[in-house]
Write a protein that binds this ligand. Structure first.
Ligand code: FAD
Length: 373
């Protein structure tokens, strides 16, 4: 059945099931809640909406757990939505039914927003390293730092998360920090200007940047490299790469490199009643590829909320336009001590740094606040 042929009566209500109550899923709820004729159910095993952008700040002791999360139940109640505290394990796309660990539920429209999980690329011992991809993991890492006082810390990956982790950790203690990168420059997905600037900043902080180094294993308290060399450290934090949330693997939907493929309306390719947004999605429109950022997830969620309402009204869906694409990425990277660097495509803005940090901090904290009741 095609959505536009749904033939709905005026009082009919469409049940929208949203898998994932993170940045994308919660933003769909916030924006779809006021729309007529939609019943919203969020399937999410966690009790809180987490703002991952603040994890490096939490690790560095700049903020506390309460600053980083918003409770999901009160938020959903306020929005007139339902939070089903459960984990989706399968979707019967023909019968329009989500199968969860503890219960099942039917949907008229489905929004997939289960995000991404850490990718260890099958590297031996990597799973035993600390990560800051979930709050639980970040709390574990901070506790280790506070209780064990590591002297030498290796951070694997020099993307924005790795850099922020290094800089915010350095701010809170006197560690020797090594940043390990497989490519020949830090921030390899951003412009060369950004890499050059970041190299200078890291050097100024006394950090050691090990580029063109491929990690072979994390073992015996150290990092073993493919060239046979080794780095002995007291703590290793893995920030190198993500992969789609496991639910994506079992869904019988088109994928690209494992990511769920969205079309220009942010629907699952070839499906009329399934939307796919946020980090789990591969969104490529007019030659642009969407970045996996909170900013993109938020705008995609707002767009999807409007399209859900259009479905209910029997109106045509509007195509999406990517804001932060991989060829013109937007990033605000905290570099510690109240400083940050703003990056937009080839443009890098290190001055006035404190203003950028204040701006970034305000954005991240306002994300959490908007979900707090
Ligand atoms: C350390 C770190 C720092 C970051 N910093 C920034 C930054 O500064 N700026 C920025 O723009 N972006 C940043 N990001 C990226 C940003 O956080 C993500 O792009 C954004 O959270 C993606 O939103 P999402 O809804 O797709 O996924 P998420 O926010 O991860 O939410 C996914 C939700 O789905 C739930 N879920 C997963 N599987 C299931 C299932 N089977 N059933 C039910 N629920 C499920 C999860 O529990 C989770 O709550 C950062 C990410 C990390 C890890």
């Amino acid at each position: 059945m095609k959505i536009r042929d749904m033939n709905l009566d005026e009082g009919d209500v469409l049940r929208v099931v949203i898998i994932g109550g993170g940045m994308g899923g919660a933003e769909v709820v916030r924006n779809a809640a006021t729309r007529e004729g939609l019943e919203l159910v969020v399937v999410e095993p966690k009790d809180v909406i987490e703002c991952q952008a603040l994890y490096p700040d939490y690790l560095g002791g700049r903020v506390e757990v309460d600053d980083v999360v918003a409770p999901l139940d009160p938020f959903c109640r306020k929005m007139g939505a339902v939070h089903l505290k459960d984990r989706a394990v399968k979707v019967d796309l023909a019968d329009k039914r989500v199968l969860c660990e503890k219960s099942d539920l039917d949907y008229d429209l489905l929004v997939l927003a289960p995000g991404a999980v850490q990718n260890y690329f099958g590297i031996e011992g990597a799973q035993k390293a600390f990560t800051i991809n979930t709050l639980e993991e970040t709390v574990r890492a901070r506790r280790f730092v506070e209780e064990e006082s590591p002297e030498k810390i290796a951070i694997i990956g020099s993307g924005p998360t790795g850099i922020e982790t290094a800089c915010l950790l350095a701010e809170g203690g006197s560690f020797k920090i090594y940043i390990v990168e497989m490519m020949d420059r830090p921030l390899p997905t951003l412009s060369k200007n950004a890499s050059i600037l970041m190299e200078k900043i890291l050097e100024g902080k006394g950090m050691e940047l090990l580029t063109s180094r491929r990690v072979e294993a994390i073992r015996d308290g150290g990092v073993a490299f493919s060239d046979g060399s080794r780095l002995d450290v007291d703590m290793t934090i893995w920030t190198a790469g993500v992969r789609p949330a496991p639910i994506a693997e079992v869904l019988d939907l088109p994928k690209k490199k494992g990511w769920l493929l969205s079309d220009r309306y942010l629907k699952a390719e070839g499906k009329e009643d399934v939307f796919v947004i946020g980090d789990c999605a591969w969104i490529e429109i007019d030659g642009k590829l969407a970045t996996k950022t909170g900013m993109e997830a938020e705008i995609q969620a707002k767009h999807t909320a409007r399209n859900l309402a259009r479905v209910r009204q029997g109106a045509a869906l509007k195509p999406y336009s990517i804001r932060a694409s991989t060829d013109s990425p937007v990033a605000l990277i905290s570099t510690g001590c109240g400083c940050a660097v703003g990056i937009y495509g080839d443009l890098c803005v290190p001055i006035p740094k404190r203003i950028i940090y204040t701006f970034k901090s305000w954005i991240d904290k306002s994300v959490v606040k908007r979900f707090k009741v």
